[in-house]
Design a protein around this ligand. Structure first.
Ligand code: FES
Ligand SMILES: [Fe+2]
Length: 456
């Protein structure tokens, strides 16, 4: 059963603004980062209306597994029900609205509300109500079953949900960004990963500041100077980490590509030497890994380079609007909390080797991989978060209203569109920001067809 939700102006501020005034070709207004009413409208117009990442299949591998997550601000129980169906239930009791589940993850066939004990099957159907003779209603009415996200789809293990009945199928929404996602997966054995635990960070700033930065190649050598210095302190040749951003990144073979629907891709792979061991050669030092590295070289000889590459960060930023990125070996998720607070979670990923094709090296690879994954969230992301918080502080200057994103705009032959409509530009260009914010503007003006589903 579908409950259509009428998104009236009283429920949504989206038609109170002149979006063309707030989002211009070269600049955006401070209000889009600071206005609580715009934030609230985004929770429907963006986080209700497009496919939003909610979790990975490896986190709910068996029937009855669940994790708790979010769709915008809506608390969600993402689960594989007792029949194996992946569902995203609103984590909200239909009685008086309290959250049903307060654990991060687990396995459960039923959820019993902690408040008055109503219990539900993991399909979302109401199972029992304590002392039912105190009620005159028919509890078989579908309105007592837990509301759930009407459309949940997964792409090669990545699970997305949307409330918008008019949204295109997930694969169409991903469009051109599916190819870099495929390449990111296909470098892993059997094209698979398992999601591990996470670095959980937060910042006092608007969620779009993180998305604006997600392909920003302009800030790297300035904002992350200490990380670059640390990574290269012991190196004979200063080529570790993101050194390819030094001197003239715009003439380097890396590039940014805008793929439509707000998605964009920063491809740094062309800046890395293409050979076995090429990725491992630019990994920064991680004390304690030397023994593992030597052990792999001793055991696997010439094949060790390929194995070490699997432990190395993949030099890409694959950004799926509005909340999902693949960078290095991480899955990064942006989670809005309020107009000026955002959670940024960096999930580690592990290689999976069920049939033993890696000849017993899988644990060593994942151990090394864990060390390489410690680098950026701890030593780089903190630089970014400090920038985002300082932008939010700067935006309190009410009279200085505009934020510029015009790097590359109006320079002949700098930004190019290929035959597939992909917009390409040098690595430090802000073209992806201008393009995704146009898409944001289109969505803020649109009328999504929002609904929730309940079991009949
Ligand atoms: S709020 Fe859940 S049983 Fe009352
Ligand atoms: Fe950064």
């Amino acid at each position: 059963m579908l409950d259509k939700i009428n998104v009236t102006p009283a429920r949504n501020a989206s038609n109170r603004y002149d979006w063309d005034e707030l989002v211009q070709e070269d600049r955006v207004h401070r209000l889009i980062y600071t206005d609580p009413a715009i934030f609230e409208a985004e929770m429907t117009q963006i986080f209700g209306a497009v496919w939003v990442y909610v979790g990975h299949e490896s986190q709910i591998a068996r029937n009855d597994d669940f994790i708790t997550t979010r769709l915008g601000l809506r608390p969600i129980i993402l689960l594989r029900d007792s029949q194996g169906v992946i569902r995203a239930l609103f984590n909200r009791c239909t009685h008086r609205g309290t959250t049903l589940c307060r654990k991060d993850k687990g396995s459960a066939r039923t959820f019993t509300c902690p408040y008055h004990g109503w219990s539900y099957l993991n399909s979302g159907k109401l199972r029992a109500v304590p002392w039912p003779d105190g009620y005159a209603c028919d509890f078989k009415d579908a309105k007592y079953n837990v509301a759930q996200v009407p459309r949940v789809e997964s792409y090669r293990g990545f699970i997305f949900g949307t409330l918008n009945l008019d949204a295109p199928p997930l694969l169409d929404y991903l469009g051109g960004i599916a190819k870099p996602i495929d390449e990111w997966l296909d470098r892993q054995p059997k094209g698979r990963i398992a999601v591990c635990e996470a670095n959980r960070l937060k910042f006092k700033g608007n969620w779009k500041l993180a998305y604006d930065n997600s392909g920003d190649g302009y800030h790297v050598v300035f904002s992350h100077r200490s990380l670059l210095e640390m990574e290269n302190r012991q190196a004979d040749v200063a080529n570790k980490g993101m050194s390819y951003y030094k001197s003239s990144p715009d003439t380097s073979p890396m590039y940014m590509a805008y793929m439509g629907n707000g998605h964009h891709f920063k491809d740094k792979r062309p800046a890395i030497e293409k050979r076995a061991g090429g990725l491992w050669a630019v990994e920064g030092p991680a004390p304690g890994t030397e023994h593992y590295q030597e052990e792999l070289r001793r055991r696997y000889g010439g094949k060790a380079d390929d194995i070490l590459d699997l432990a190395s960060s993949e030099p890409v930023n694959i950004n799926v609007f509005p909340n999902f990125s693949l960078l290095g070996n991480h899955i990064q998720v942006f989670e809005p909390v309020s107009v000026d607070e955002t959670n940024v979670t960096w999930y580690g990923t592990a290689v999976v080797d069920e049939d033993g094709a890696l000849g017993g090296a899988v644990d060593t690879i994942n151990t090394l991989r864990m060390r390489t994954m410690e680098q950026f969230p701890n030593f780089g992301e903190v630089d970014d978060l400090a920038n985002f918080e300082e932008i939010q502080r700067g935006l309190a200057c009410l009279e200085d209203e505009w934020i510029y994103m015009h790097r590359g705009l109006g320079i002949p032959d700098r930004v190019k569109t290929d035959a597939n409509g992909v917009i390409m530009a040098p690595a430090t260009d802000e073209a992806f920001m201008r393009e995704y914010i146009k898409e944001w503007k289109r969505l803020m003006k649109a009328k999504p067809n929002i609904a929730v589903k309940r079991e009949p």
